[in-house]
Design a protein around this ligand. Structure first.
Ligand SMILES: Nc1ncnc2c1ncn2[C@@H]1O[C@H](COP(=O)(O)OP(=O)(O)O)[C@@H](O)[C@H]1O
Ligand SMILES: [Mg+2]
Length: 314
């Protein structure tokens, strides 16, 4: 099983959107996928159409040792299983403080399902606390979604340093796989500057024995797309909500990239080449403005959403 933590201590960068839609694409392709909601805000759980208030156990009970992961995983779609979160998770960090081996509880839990799934994706909380530590101890790969805007790199060094510490002290197999640019607009100059800065930053680690020595920006970027922002309100993945939009196309490519990487490196390179050949005109201009969500689900956390240019709603 490939185990990937989707992590960035900043909120609103695209972690949950990435976990939901990458997992959905992998599951549709026939992979057996497990996903874990490790954020007390329960956005992953909500995004898949479940109501956290109705969840009694989920990831909290697995962390407190009151239940097992096999018991708590819920099949939410064909091939897709979710370990949901509820508000109890808020207290987990403090409750676990005095538990011996508190940072490896999830790792031990996950070991029980290692041969049952092809992929495990963990949606991390926007913090570098004990929950995130548990995620980092349990996986081999870290994927960092990043919104390439002003201050995007602020905190990036700290994030890599945290991974480095976990790698040295708790989980020697842990590696930063790379950065996924989310809400990307390749024609604007700032995202491209940020992209160059990240590349430069990562370049400095090459050839070292750091956990992020081989990290790179993924060859697929996620374009800003209003459909991705709307889908959670309906409890749907992008493939259910609007299968023919840029969001669906981009997340399909992320899943393809991960699958090809699992099978052959050459195929992954093909995808990179194909992506790089995509003309700039495939990324039409977008205009950013705040919009209210029209029909938010009851209980859903309504986040700031941004709207694509109306002409760019595919
Ligand atoms: N590519 C995108 N285009 C437009 N909106 C997006 C995109 N990705 C995510 N969003 C929206 O931005 C907000 C933050 O994304 P989310 O995945 O919840 O971030 P995080 O989990 O890091 O806090 C959500 O409202 C989400 O629907
Ligand atoms: Mg989230």
């Amino acid at each position: 099983m490939r185990k990937i933590a989707v992590l960035n201590q900043k909120g609103g960068v695209g972690k949950t959107t990435t976990v939901v839609n990458t997992a959905a694409a992998l599951a549709q392709a026939g992979k057996r996928v497990a996903i874990i909601d490790l954020d007390p805000q329960s956005h992953l759980t909500i995004h898949l159409g479940l109501e956290p208030e109705k969840i009694e156990a989920g990831s909290y009970k697995v962390l407190t040792g009151d239940s097992t992961i096999e018991q708590e995983l819920i099949m939410v779609r064909p091939n897709l299983w979710l370990l949901p979160a509820n508000v109890d998770l808020v207290g987990a960090e403090t409750e676990l403080v005095s538990v011996v081996g508190r940072e490896t509880i999830l790792r031990e839990a996950v070991a029980a399902i290692d041969d049952k799934f092809d992929f495990l994706l963990i949606d991390c909380a926007p913090s570098l606390g004990l929950l995130t530590l548990n995620a980092l101890a349990a996986v081999k790969e870290v994927l960092i979604p990043l919104q390439p805007h002003f201050l995007a790199l602020q905190g990036f060094g700290k994030l890599l340093h945290t991974v480095e510490l976990v790698n040295k002290r708790i989980n020697p197999e842990l590696r930063v796989k790379g950065v996924l640019l989310c809400m990307y607009d390749s024609r604007a100059s700032l995202p491209n500057e940020v992209r160059a800065d990240i590349e430069q930053f990562l370049e400095n680690g090459r050839g070292s024995n750091l956990a992020w020595a081989d990290a790179r920006i993924l060859p697929v970027a996620i374009r800003r797309n209003i459909k991705l922002a709307e889908a959670p309100s309906y409890g749907k993945t992008i493939f259910e909500y609007e299968p023919n939009c840029h969001g669906a196309e981009d997340y399909q490519k992320v899943a393809d990239f991960l699958m090809n990487e699992s099978s052959s490196k050459a195929a992954a390179e093909d995808i990179i080449t194909e992506y790089e050949k995509t003309p700039e005109t495939a990324h039409p201009p977008v205009e950013i403005q705040s919009i209210p969500e029209e029909q938010p689900r009851k209980g859903a956390v309504v986040e700031d959403v941004v709207r694509d240019n109306p002409q760019d709603d595919n």
